[in-house]
Design a binder for this molecule. Structure first.
Ligand SMILES: Cc1cc2nc3c(=O)[nH]c(=O)nc-3n(C[C@H](O)[C@H](O)[C@H](O)COP(=O)(O)OP(=O)(O)OC[C@H]3O[C@@H](n4cnc5c(N)ncnc54)[C@H](O)[C@@H]3O)c2cc1C
Length: 467
């Protein structure tokens, strides 16, 4: 079937991953390709984790791991090209810093997104995907999109390939009652901006990962009369492993190794290197929190309380405050905190692939644990009668390793996905993205190493179980 109404690529979500794909698509078409693409994004405009754009927070990855450089160092959509366009290149160089602020990196991403506005429908939420059969085969998919808010009208777009780039989902402890005073860190800045009445006097922050530490720092700095209580099960915040050999776990080559390995070795790799990314905190931030903690001991005006080896056993919004019951793990003693706000920095989960795919999900193959089976080119394995392609940007940690949900590999992964789509569409693609043993990817990788890279992880995206 060659339905002219169907699009070669429909991207679901337009965060950094699918923005990277839009750049790769553009490169392909400028090189003589003819792939038509459209992206649907539920936000009204491009923003990267808008509620965690905390003043002073930095990106946990070198700027050289932008949307393009590791695939195509000469691209006009690199972070350096952005700095040049903004007339800040020399100032950035003088800054001697590989890790821009999140606010600046968001501005970079928005700058790139602005070049691709014609490919994106904002305020559009994809709500399901249905197979389109022809002659007994599934040759396309109908992507159902809700335009506008919950009452918005439904539209259908036909696709020969879809690429899911829907990001992470906030994870809340089971049974936690979300309210105006109790919410996930993913909503931080919006919720804070809506606060009414007198400033909070006590804020409880649950969690021990990067987001939790950032929220503690932010709350302590912003609400200068408030007590900030950090509650977590660990003894102390743990530093991220940002050493150079461990950081190689985020390299494009590590994806090959992870993919080729058996289940046991994959698990071993992930376990060994969890502390590059999960439930760990930037050392500078740990030091800053400790500095404040100690200074308050000296001054006697103590506002930063660390309730370590502890867990929250009850959260109750009483209408004019929140009652938080905290259990000390060694003694089992209970401490009742009357708080004004509770921020649950309890991590994120991968997106729900099958929930989004709906009917089309029935044609996808799963592994023994119910996760999608995925080929090396990030394509979901499907039943034999399916000819169209479903690609995943993100929820492939089980097959492609720890960098799946991060920025680290977007440039290379987007190129690989686009290459796969082009080949399957019968278009002679540009040369395959050189991600592994040579050519284009090597130069910037070496440059990064020479420049003394910090880790890619230490993310605020620690898994939900950590508190
Ligand atoms: C606070 C925070 C800071 C982080 N910092 C770093 C960092 O410094 N370095 C790093 O490597 N990683 C970091 N991460 C990890 C993060 O996953 C990546 O930075 C990056 O956002 C991944 O891009 P993405 O496009 O895959 O997902 P996202 O950025 O989450 O984008 C997904 C997009 O899909 C949209 N969407 C979702 N569902 C639908 C739907 N049904 N229909 C339409 N649109 C939809 C969402 O609105 C969103 O815009 C951070 C994560 C968080 C939460």
């Amino acid at each position: 079937m060659n339905d002219p109404r169907s699009c070669d690529v429909v991207g679901i979500g337009f965060g950094p991953s699918n923005l990277g794909l839009a750049v790769a698509l553009d490169e392909h078409n400028r090189g003589g390709g003819r792939l038509a693409g459209v992206f649907f994004e539920r936000q009204e405009e491009f923003t990267w984790h808008r509620d965690m754009l905390i003043e002073g927070a930095t990106v946990q990855v070198s700027f050289l791991k932008d949307l393009v450089t590791l695939r195509r160092p000469t691209s006009e959509y690199s972070f350096l090209a952005y700095l040049h366009a903004k007339e800040r290149l020399i100032d950035f160089v003088n800054h001697k810093n590989l890790f821009p602020s999140r606010i600046e990196f968001n501005d970079y991403l928005r700058w790139v997104a602005g070049h691709f506005a014609h490919l994106v429908d904002y305020s559009c939420t994809v709500v399901g995907v249905r197979p389109v059969r022809h002659g007994g085969r599934v040759e396309a998919m109908d992507v159902t999109v809700r335009r506008g808010g919950p009452q918005g009208r439904l539209e259908v777009r036909r696709a020969r390939n879809i690429v899911l780039g829907t990001g992470l989902r906030p994870a809340l402890p089971p049974g936690t009652p979300v309210s105006a005073r109790v919410w996930h860190s993913d909503e931080l800045l919006t919720r804070i901006s809506r606060l009414q009445g007198p400033p909070p006097r006590r804020i409880v922050v649950v969690g021990a990962g990067q987001s939790a530490a950032e929220v503690v720092e932010y709350a302590h700095r912003t609400f200068t009369d408030a007590e900030v209580c950090a509650v977590f099960a660990r003894y102390g915040y743990s530093p991220a492993d940002d050493s150079p050999f461990a950081n190689r776990v985020f390299d494009p080559e590590a994806v090959d190794l992870h993919y080729a390995a058996g289940e046991d070795v994959r698990r071993m790799m992930s376990d060994y290197h969890r502390n590059t990314n999960y439930s760990v905190v930037d050392t500078d931030l740990i030091d800053e929190l400790y500095r404040r903690f100690y200074q308050e001991k000296v001054s006697g005006r103590r506002r930063l309380r660390i309730l370590n080896l502890s867990r929250v056993v009850e959260v109750l919004d009483t209408g004019d405050g929140v009652r938080v019951v905290v259990e000390s793990l060694p003694s089992a003693e209970l401490d009742v905190l009357d708080a004004d706000l509770v921020v649950l920095a309890t991590g994120y989960r991968e997106s729900d692939v099958f929930g989004l795919l709906g009917e089309m999900g029935e044609h996808c193959l799963r592994d023994q644990r119910g996760r999608p089976r995925v080929t090396r080119d990030y394509r979901v394995e499907t039943a034999d009668d399916v000819e169209c392609g479903i690609y995943l940007q993100g929820p492939t940690e089980h097959t492609h390793g720890i960098s799946s949900g991060l920025l680290s590999n977007i440039a290379v992964r987007s190129g690989e996905i686009l290459h796969s789509i082009a080949v399957r569409s019968g278009q002679s693609p540009r040369p395959a993205p050189a991600s592994r043993n040579g050519s284009a990817a090597q130069a910037p990788t070496a440059a990064l190493a020479a420049a003394g890279g910090r880790r890619d992880g230490a993310g605020p995206w620690e898994p939900g179980e950590e508190a």
